[in-house]
Design a protein around this ligand. Structure first.
Ligand code: GMT
Length: 384
């Protein structure tokens, strides 16, 4: 199949899922065309089935806001026509689903029918999408997609709750490539950071408010009062400066390392003992899944889709959003030398349930269904 993938090319979870999916589809023999404004961060390999089309956004003094959606829709039209695509798969509804609708209508006016699959990732529904400024367009473009997937049951439920959706949404969870995300021997790294055998705690995110990084720091503050521990913070974003100040105010700056945006997260996860994700909302929690794959147990909130990933008392623990004391109590239990090996083992076993090879066929089946339905609806006998 020839598939066009539209996503945000940056470090966000939706872009990672889209890129890893595209890579896996290419390896499985599909032809994959990425259509983005920049080379996707994780598109770091060569495969003869992968193509990249940059969306150029010409500026003009009149434009206070360059019309990205228009440029994107035009590029989608071009790629579908010239590369003869079978399907467009857009990740993150805003503005990709409405741009795809525009491209679809332009192509239809020329007698060319291209099905569109939209994958909902989280904040496009729970935070941004339901805002009145976007809601009518999001509702319309989800309803007009030929296939819709959501990354968790909770996100599916939220979508029906916040929008008037008249169509089926299939749940296809996030996945992990266990060939890449696996525990590697990085003893020298662990020794450098934890020279006295401290327990190593990790949080990775895009440092936005929804991640509640202050809770992660507060949990660490209380843990290190009980046992020797260090905290690694991976990622960057608007909250970074505030969190650095918080660490100084707590007097724990020496025990915390800010690593910034890292490509090889698996190397950090390989030496970690515990992963913190205290998010206000989290549709799935891809970063937590990657931690599990590296045998790192989880302390998370119970928000959004996290209960679909983190198994209470097995892969770690969940607490109510903001319940720092409960998180600390659970973290100390997991980190106890008598318990940690079991939690690490359980973490990997859980990650295996979301292995790429299990999830890829779900997307392929979804595509097949959508393409054959579109063929049926647009066959000359039906539309004449
Ligand atoms: O806010 C983020 O974490 C980034 C965001 C994105 O769409 O780029 O991530 C969302 O999509 C990921 C991949 O499907 C999910 O694993 C994350 O849980 C989700 N983030 C939130 O819901 C906050």
């Amino acid at each position: 199949m020839k598939i066009g993938i539209v996503c945000y090319p940056t470090f966000g979870g939706s872009g990672v899922v889209a890129t890893e999916l595209g890579k896996a589809l290419a390896k499985a023999g599909h032809q994959v065309h990425f259509i983005t404004y920049q080379q996707p961060t994780r598109l770091d390999f060569f495969n003869e089935n992968v193509y990249y089309h940059e969306v150029k956004i010409p500026t003009y003094p009149l434009f206070q806001f360059p019309p990205y959606e228009t440029a994107l829709a035009s590029e989608m039209v071009n790629v579908v026509q010239y590369e003869n695509l079978d399907l467009l798969h857009v990740h993150y509804a805003i503005p990709h689903a409405s741009a795809a609708y525009m491209a679809k209508m332009i192509l239809r006016s020329q007698g060319r029918y291209i099905p569109v699959v939209t994958t909902l990732h989280g904040t496009d529904i729970t935070l941004v999408g339901k805002d009145a400024s976007y809601e009518p367009v999001v509702t319309f473009s989800i309803n007009e997609s030929d296939g819709v997937t959501a990354v968790s049951h909770d996100l599916r439920k939220d979508t029906y709750r916040h929008f008037k959706i008249k169509r089926d949404i299939e749940v296809i969870p996030n996945f992990v490539d266990l060939d890449r995300f696996k525990r590697q021997k990085k003893d020298h790294f662990k020794m450098a950071i934890c020279p006295n055998g401290e327990k190593l705690i990790v949080h990775t995110s895009n440092f936005r408010r929804v991640k509640r990084i202050d809770d992660a720091v507060a949990v660490f503050y209380k843990i290190q009062q009980e046992i020797p521990a260090k905290l690694l913070l991976v990622g960057d974003g608007p909250e970074r400066a505030r969190i650095e100040k918080m660490c100084r105010d707590y007097g724990i700056y020496e025990g915390v390392r800010f690593l910034g945006k890292l490509d090889a997260v698996e190397e950090v996860l390989s030496v970690a003992d515990l992963f913190l994700m205290p998010s206000e909302n989290e549709s799935f929690g891809l970063a937590a899944l990657e931690a599990l794959a590296c045998e790192v147990p989880l302390i998370t909130s119970n928000a959004g889709g996290l209960p679909e990933l983190n198994v209470q008392g097995v892969t770690g623990f969940m607490s109510d959003v903001g319940d720092v004391d409960d998180m600390v109590k659970n973290a100390l239990h997991v980190l106890h030398d008598d318990n940690l090996p079991t939690f690490k083992h359980n973490a990997l076993e859980r990650a295996k349930e979301f292995e790429l090879s299990k999830i890829l066929p779900l997307y392929e089946a979804h595509y097949e269904r959508v393409v054959s339905e579109t063929r049926l609806q647009t066959s000359p006998t039906l539309i004449s």
